[in-house]
Design a protein around this ligand. Structure first.
Ligand SMILES: CC/C=C\C/C=C\C/C=C\C/C=C\C/C=C\C/C=C\CCCCC(=O)SCCNC(=O)CCNC(=O)[C@H](O)C(C)(C)COP(=O)(O)OP(=O)(O)OC[C@H]1O[C@@H](n2cnc3c(N)ncnc32)[C@H](O)[C@@H]1OP(=O)(O)O
Ligand code: FAD
Length: 670
């Protein structure tokens, strides 16, 4: 072994200590051995060319160079995917999470093609008729056209009904006229729109025969395919530097009476006939919001994956890093030996597991609802909307907080861009806002919960994810505390039921004292967000536990044990985080809380020897991690020094600014 690929001795020791079969855990997280093998095959094909390597790390480049470099690498990756990977996966897997994750080896920030595959293509699949799909989809998948998703405007992001862009049908020419009547109606934020896209999905208020029919989706060509010039009537550009997403060329877009053919309206759920007659085909009023539901579902997996990356970096670093002394004169311990460090990191491993298993479960729910909707049944959509909203909100918010915790866990070196932790944070913190802000989405779930509560109150049996509400009406008083996993979950469900019940009571009391329903709801929104968060927490705890029990049925004993320790850590951690709620809604005592705390500390000790094995089980290749601190070999200090050599500021021993500014300053007299 050369010194370049020699494994750091501490990390090698950690791997020797690991007592479970790492591959077995990887298979569970990936959804089965076949899926792991296919992922590895894709990674081998896509990454073995080393095409991702930048001579100069992208953070040293100017805005223009960074963008050009991102396009260059996107094209390399797209060609690999088109020519080699799709042969393995099949065209239907274009845009699958595996491709998205493999893509992370090419970009520290983000590909300008992300929104093309992440939202433009899904909007064609979800919102177009079969005939329209036949026109657009092959060209989009083949990258003959490149699209963005332009919904948000300068004046409105959350409130879609408030969007101002208009699409007015002209039966004379059988065209829609797109127009941006005000400055606030300019599209703003769409990824890939600023410089890259030549087409986009535009969300606009549809007018026909003098009547507005609300927001609908349109496919709009914005640039010439040969020259890439914006077409007449289109004003488009990049919105400027932001906290992250700096290679995603987020853009603005305005229209001046710009005409598109009638058939460019996405007509799966509603149509405008040649004469201008509006026909609504949809059985549910919000099917045009479907692309957002799809992305919210995928974001739970994104949260898990990005957190898995962060904690892989932080745990490996913590095994390599030695600091302070436990006793005078003793050898400096690995920082992973500090219980406070374990407290910061093990919850991140458990959370990545919880979100990954919840994401798979949510994906199955999503595909089941889609299948029902194909048959004309939309009854399960409200529950999916409520679930995807709160799970998107909580998973992105928790992942953001824990990625930052991983950075804190790496001390000063975590602040280096080369650790990749700042990039991960800047990318993930945006997910809390986009595709529906945290608070706004929890309030959507709260609407569903209040309705479910009313149904349960009237004796109706409610859907499985809120079935605990039926129990709430048949049991009296506080939930009996029970330290088993099922007991903790039951108590969390009682907390959710209790909070929803308080919300309903507050709304009713306010209405009784003279408020109208809207004001009573508004005044209760702080509690409603809290109740939706409690509900979502109980869903995650329940799903995580159920899935671990199901998936480890045939596992080896040691895998069963370590995955059980993790899920118990998760349940105990949240019980301790929510002792106030537990005291209010269950019979938990001071003594029970002391026991929980001891149980938590014992779990940290039990998990400690397997910590590196657990992050290895995420099986994230070094090319994808892109971190000086987190590589498999643990050559932390060597990599930090190697990275310094790439710094253009170190190219010359003396910077020109010395002669230009510093020296004259030093020579000048006071
Ligand atoms: C080379 C390539 C390299 C790599 C790439 C490789 C592969 C890539 C492949 C894949 C990518 C994978 C993943 C993608 C990952 C990341 C994507 C990256 C970036 C994404 C960027 C972000 C994009 C965006 O942000 S787009 C804009 C999103 N905007 C929003 O989310 C707006 C939020 N607001 C709303 O949703 C609504 O306005 C509202 C819900 C808040 C309110 O709506 P409205 O006022 O109309 O309704 P209400 O009156 O409140 O409610 C009425 C009833 O309707 C119900 N309702 C609401 N919404 C829905 C819904 N969606 N579905 C069902 N029902 C809904 C509501 O509950 C009410 O019901 P009730 O019964 O009356 O109570
Ligand atoms: C990196 C990034 C990429 C994006 N990409 C795209 C894209 O590709 N395409 C696209 O169309 N859009 C995109 N967006 C826009 C994104 O979807 C919106 O920013 C998001 O939906 C939030 O809307 P907003 O910015 O209008 O926030 P606002 O709605 O103005 O929110 C501001 C604050 O007001 C609060 N608030 C708003 N309404 C309510 C309410 N009813 N009740 C209580 N509180 C409320 C929110 O909680 C928040 O705290 C992107 C945004 C970012 C940051």
């Amino acid at each position: 072994m050369t010194s370049k690929n020699k494994i750091n001795e501490d990390l090698a020791n950690e791997r020797r200590k690991c007592n479970f079969n790492i591959e077995e855990v990887t298979y569970i997280l990936d959804g089965g051995k076949e899926k792991t093998l296919q992922r590895k095959k894709i990674e081998d094909v896509a990454l073995n060319g080393g095409a991702s390597v930048d001579d100069i790390p992208e953070e040293y480049l100017s805005a223009r160079e960074r963008y050009e470099n991102a396009i260059r690498k996107s094209c390399i990756y797209t060609n690999i995917v088109k020519n080699e990977v799709l042969e393995i996966t099949g065209i239907e897997n274009y845009g699958s999470p595996v491709l998205r994750r493999t893509g992370d080896a090419f970009f520290k920030d983000i590909s300008p093609f992300m929104l093309h595959l992440g939202m433009f293509v899904p909007s064609i699949i979800g919102q177009c008729t079969a005939e329209q799909q036949a026109t657009w989809l092959p060209r989009a998948l083949d990258m003959k056209i490149i699209g963005a998703y332009a919904q948000t405007e300068l004046g409105h992001g959350t409130f879609i009904r408030g969007l101002e862009t208009t699409a007015t049908y002209d039966p004379e020419t059988e065209e829609f006229v797109l127009h941006s009547p005000t400055i606030t109606s300019y599209k703003w934020w769409a990824g890939g729109l600023g410089r890259t896209a030549n087409h986009c999905t535009v969300v606009a208020q549809l007018y026909t025969q003098g009547k507005c029919h609300g927001t609908h989706l349109f496919i709009v060509q914005i640039r010439d395919l040969e020259t890439h010039m914006p077409l007449p009537g289109v004003k488009v550009g990049e919105i400027g530097p932001r906290m992250g997403f700096n290679t995603a060329d987020n853009g603005f877009l305005g229209f001046n009476n710009y005409r598109i053919p009638r058939m460019n309206m996405m007509m799966k759920n509603a149509q405008v006939l040649k004469d201008g007659t509006y026909v609504k085909a949809a059985r549910h009023g919000k099917l045009t919001y479907g692309t957002m539901v799809f992305v919210r579902v995928t974001l739970v997996g994104e949260a898990s994956f990005n957190l898995a990356k962060a904690v892989t970096i932080a745990v490996r670093y913590s095994a390599v890093r030695r600091q302070s002394e436990l006793r005078p004169g003793s050898i400096e311990p690995q920082i992973l030996d500090y219980p406070t460090q374990q407290h910061k990191l093990f919850i991140c491993i458990a959370t990545a597991h919880a979100f990954q298993l919840t994401a798979s479960w949510l994906w199955n729910t999503f595909t089941a609802v889609q299948a029902e909707m194909k048959k004309g049944n939309v009854d399960t959509l409200p529950e999916l909307h409520a679930l995807s909203s709160c799970l998107k909100a909580l998973s992105t918010s928790d992942a953001t907080a824990y990625i930052e915790q991983c950075r804190f866990a790496c001390g000063g070196h975590g602040y280096m861009l080369s650790s990749n932790l700042p990039f991960l944070y800047a990318f993930v913190v945006a997910t809390r806002t986009y595709e529906g802000d945290y608070t706004v989405l929890l309030l959507q779930t709260a609407r569903f919960l209040v309705k479910a509560w009313e149904q349960a109150e009237s004796g109706k049996v409610v859907t499985p994810t809120v079935a605990y509400l039926n129990r709430h009406f048949t049991t009296n008083g506080k939930m009996i505390w029970d330290n088993s996993p099922e007991g903790i979950i039951r108590v969390f469900q009682s907390v959710a039921a209790g909070k929803i019940s308080l919300c309903v009571r507050s709304i009713r009391n306010r209405i009784t004292s003279g408020m109208d329903h809207e004001d009573a709801w508004l005044m209760t929104t702080v509690q409603l967000v809290n109740a939706a968060e409690a509900h979502c927490r109980s869903v995650i705890l329940h799903t995580y536990w159920n899935e671990i029990v199901r998936l480890t049925k045939h596992s080896s004993d040691n895998v069963k044990t370590v995955l059980n320790q993790l899920v118990m850590l998760y349940l105990t951690y949240w019980a301790l985080e929510r002792t106030g709620d537990l005291l209010r809604y269950s019979t938990i005592s001071e003594n029970d809380i002391d026991l929980l705390q001891r149980q938590y500390e014992e779990l940290l000790v039990k998990i400690r020897p397997n910590a590196v094995g657990l992050v290895d089980a995420f099986d994230i290749r070094d090319e994808i991690l892109q971190s000086t601190l987190g590589s498999y070999d643990g050559r932390v200090y060597e990599r930090l020094m190697e990275e310094v050599q790439k710094n253009p500021l170190n190219k010359e021993p003396v910077d020109p600014s010395f002669h230009k500014y510093l020296k004259p300053l030093m020579k000048s007299k006071i």
